[in-house]
Design a protein. Sequence first.
Length: 642
Amino acid sequence: MNERISPPQPLVAASHANAADYEAMYRRSLSDPDGFWREQAGRIGWIREPTRIADWSFDPVDIKWFEDGVLNLCWNCVDRHLESRADQTAFLFEGDEPGEGRSISYGALYREVVRMANCLKAMGVAKGDRVTIYMPMIPEAAVAMLACARIGAVHSVVFGGFSPDAIHGRIEDAASRFVVTADGGKRGGKLVPLKANVDAALARGAEIDGVLVVRHLGCDIQWVEGRDHWYHELGETVPDECPCEPMNAEDPLFILYTSGSTGKPKGVLHTTGGYAVWTATTFHYVFDYKPGEIFWCTADVGWVTGHSYVVYGPLANGATSLIFEGVPNYPDFSRFWDVVERQRVNIFYTAPTAIRALMREGEGPVTKHDRSSLRLLGSVGEPINPEAWRWYWDVVGEQRCPVVDTWWQTETGGIMITTLPGAHDMKPGSAGRPFFGVDPQLVGPDGEVLSGAASGNLCLVGSWPGQMRSVYGDHQRFVQTYFSTYAGKYFTGDGCRRDEDGYYWITGRVDDVLNISGHRLGTAEIESALVGHAAVAEAAVVGYPHDIKGQGIYCYVTLMEGIEPTPELEKDLRAHVRTEISPIASPDLIHFTPALPKTRSGKIMRRILRKIAENDYSSLGDTSTLADPSLVDVLIDERKKK
Ligand code: PRX
């Protein structure tokens, strides 16, 4: 399908960039990056303006932007707005129960952030210290992030759906001595025992100086005297002023753990100046944000989308950002549109998995709510299939609201490929064109650079301000993961097609990273959880197409000698993965098999396992190098019974 849809005319006229602007700005961003980004850096208030703009190399890998600039991102997101918009809403909070929530002005946000920052200081947090944030989607989660940025601490947000083991691993890797959490959270009416999960994580052994606990639900929790502090109690005792720490542009801002194709999740490290400029600039152009508008990104702050487009991008632009604690189907499938109607949301940004799940419920839950406030729709996290795109455009946006399909990654800090609302026609299923400063290249099987319309592995040549700078504590892993496949290029891990109009169509990961409902998981992580179970001898995990989640988790499992597969064991393995990693990593299909297909040198042939999981037996490729080629028929027979 190569259908083109033009954005509605009134929007084009009022947009921040039209087609001619885009062409000129894009060309200049590549030909004169220093000039271009010096200007865009003007969106940020600097304590000392940078004189050096781009200074990077991909071989050896060393990336710096705005290197001699000094700034504080919390000041840019909060204090800077006090003069002109102290009474304007910064965060609109919608709780898990409809209508439960509050609105927080920039003035009130300032007071909260100062209080939280002083609480952190009172616990001993100093510039450069890592603070782990494990919170529900409530304003205090954003406040904690901003408080860290204010005092120069490095936040490491761990998604509230992760298990104690996962929290523990991240605390250890970051050598974080401080945790901010809440007594509990609620999602879809269900209690999430956040404090209890932190207690369980810390019981696995960690050197912790303090845990700051936000009282959100008032539920019963355990308390460790001397270690745990109530935010509302400590907050009473602290001063009501807290200066913003002057930060060098290249000082770390945050670590965010994300899954790769091998090993444990890695700590993606972002620094202050480049990330600030990137999120502020992309937010301005991609969402075409106008003062006074209400912006709602449904992502949790536990993911990069929440960092960049619930907190930093919107607040750096003085926007009103909606924080939603709940889920799309609670109390019913009209929840998103109920919130849109009540809060008069103008710009709405969500993931294809949510769109597909809502689409299945038909138009009724959407059309019963007034969506006339909506002006722009966005999609992020995974490829959006053209059917879901159409439904979003036709039913949700009534063909009035341009849809921006934004491709990016935790590593890129912000949006990289998208159409711009006033500049480009849209093509359902295509992310669109590169954002300013983004220079994509498609690379063929032999490492050759492909030109024109082509399909290949998506690389980026040249740095952009929002690029991650390192893997926390392991720069070599950073170099190895992203820059060793193709010398001198950043390899994204995605496959992609470029059409004759220069539009990019992301086809999905080409490595062993799964994208489950827009959540990123490594097959290696799930395998390691499975083999951690006493009954399991070996496991191989692959993705397979799933109607709602985009990809499902397919696990091939061989059992220890003498152990028989049973439905109970299957249930037990599922529960085991959920507690080891998270419910989002729960296997969709477990396929018990006597053996895994291996080459004679003992390497599992994942290509074959992927094809069988996809029910595609026609193109298994060469199976003659297998140690036991007859195993393929056994696996196919077993697959057909699933
Ligand atoms: O495969 C791409 C997919 O999500 C991956 C990045 O995942 P993560 O770091 O968790 O960040 C998700 C939110 C930015 C990418 O390598 N992806 C993300 N957005 C899109 C996408 N695939 C297709 N289209 C998108 N719009």
